[in-house]
Design a protein around this ligand. Structure first.
Ligand SMILES: [Zn+2]
Length: 445
């Protein structure tokens, strides 16, 4: 997908925000801004003050508030989307410390973000992301943001894959080999990623405005998931390590929210890490660690309102047996203690689809919003919109229609250039999500 195409007429503010369908999929009469706030136009300076967003001590700008499905079921997804080949090539040039031009890097990333935001808005996704375009992976990108990391570590084989070497070999063929770095912490951690962060925020705000998106969110790694991917060789304990990560990442969390974007904390450390990075712990040790990770995350979010935040919990975005996944029921109590108002989780794949019943029996605070996965993110099957609608109804029955947003199980491109998801099919799945949400809206309103 070339730059020129992305900058072509679609980039002019469309009269309707549903250009792909010629009309909104939900009730036709909903005014664009009713009940929801459009992203600020660039000339609205009170929302867009580029130089101020990285100064944590500056007066916060207007913070975003998560939109509820007040008039119809809103749609979103987990964040990552398949990246174009130029984006992948550039990310690996940087990953492998090859020579590259910073200007060229920025141009390619901006084009990538513009393209994915355009595709999301054309489909009719309500809360769009930058596709995590500039990030090599959702948890390992921090090596470009935090000081104190170096080297590389061998990848730990997930517990469910250890008995299946033949399948692992086939996985490497159909999904690609994970060749990104997994560094260790070898020194004091401090935030040093302002320039990259600034670029990400600016690119997403700009693209969202250009495409007239209703709302946009940016991902950031939770303190716990950083520790699950990057082992500690410096701090005296795991707890001290996670606390140092939390304090450093606070800069990123606050900057995203202060820029007017919803912040999504990626927290597979609360589920997936049980059979991956923290597989050597007992279950009780894992749960204690998860509890601490949530405490640290909440502390790192102390200056950010819960209503500007969502979190994503998952068991690992890969096709595999997943028969070592810790049950939702064991971690849900911990997840519900986290500060973010909205929780996005796997609810569609065959290992976790039954857990709607766990949500049904859980004590969910009335201010929590659920963003269940209505699509699998490891299969190129396109879910039938009717199935999406049925799944939405199931959760609307639990917490009420206004507190359900239709999401996806996980990202469609968790690691740049890796994974079995086809880009065009991923967008077809997202279109089925929008269509299914419209069907459910007709039934619920
Ligand atoms: Zn995930």
């Amino acid at each position: 997908m070339g730059y020129n195409e992305a900058r072509a007429p679609q980039f002019r503010r469309p009269a309707s925000r549903w250009p792909a369908y010629g009309g909104p999929p939900g009730p036709a009469s909903i005014p664009r801004t009713q009940g929801r706030q459009a992203l600020p136009a660039k000339n609205e300076k009170q929302h867009y003050r580029e130089p101020a967003i990285f100064n944590p001590t500056s007066v916060p700008l207007e913070r975003p508030t998560l939109k509820l499905s007040t008039e119809r079921v809103l749609t979103t997804h987990v964040g990552s989307l398949p990246r174009s080949q130029p984006v992948v090539d550039m990310l690996f040039r940087r990953e492998e410390a090859q020579q590259y031009s910073r200007a060229e890097f920025e141009r390619i990333m901006d084009e990538g973000v513009a393209d994915v935001v355009r595709r999301q808005t054309q489909i009719g996704i309500d809360t769009v992301s930058d596709g995590e375009t500039s990030k090599i992976g959702y948890a390992t990108y921090i090596k470009d943001r935090l000081s104190g990391f170096a080297g590389d570590n061998p990848r730990q084989i997930a517990l469910d894959l250890q008995d299946h070497p033949d399948f692992r070999a086939r996985m490497a063929v159909f999904a690609g080999k994970q060749s990104f770095k997994r560094q260790s912490c070898v020194g004091p951690i401090a935030y040093q990623g302002q320039e990259d962060l600034n670029r990400d925020i600016k690119a997403l705000l700009e693209a969202a405005r250009q495409c007239n998106a209703h709302d946009a969110f940016l991902n950031a790694a939770s303190p716990g998931v950083v520790s699950a991917f990057q082992p500690n060789s410096y701090y005296p304990s795991h707890e001290k390590y996670v606390e140092a990560i939390g304090e450093a990442m606070r800069v990123e969390y606050e900057a995203i929210v202060n820029a007017g974007l919803v912040l999504q904390l990626d927290c597979p450390d609360l589920a997936m890490a049980r059979h991956t990075g923290f597989q050597d712990l007992s279950e009780a040790e894992f749960l204690r660690r998860a509890e601490h990770q949530v405490e640290v995350m909440n502390h790192a979010l102390r200056n950010v309102p819960a209503q500007s935040l969502r979190m994503h919990v998952c068991w690992g975005n890969y096709e595999g047996p997943h028969d070592h996944d810790i049950a939702l029921g064991k971690v849900l109590g911990i997840v519900l203690k986290a500060k973010p108002a909205a929780i996005q989780f796997e609810a569609s794949n065959p290992r976790h689809a039954h857990e709607w019943a766990v949500w049904k029996s859980a004590a969910i605070a009335p201010d929590k919003i659920l963003i269940p996965g209505m699509l699998t993110s490891t299969s190129n099957y396109v879910e039938h919109p009717e199935l999406v609608a049925q799944r939405i109804m199931q959760f609307a029955d639990i917490v009420g229609r206004e507190r359900v947003i239709a999401g996806t199980d996980c990202g469609f491109g968790s690691f740049a250039g890796i994974g079995k998801m086809d880009a065009d099919i991923s967008y077809k799945k997202l279109a089925a999500l929008v269509e299914g949400a419209a069907l459910a809206s007709d039934r619920l309103w």
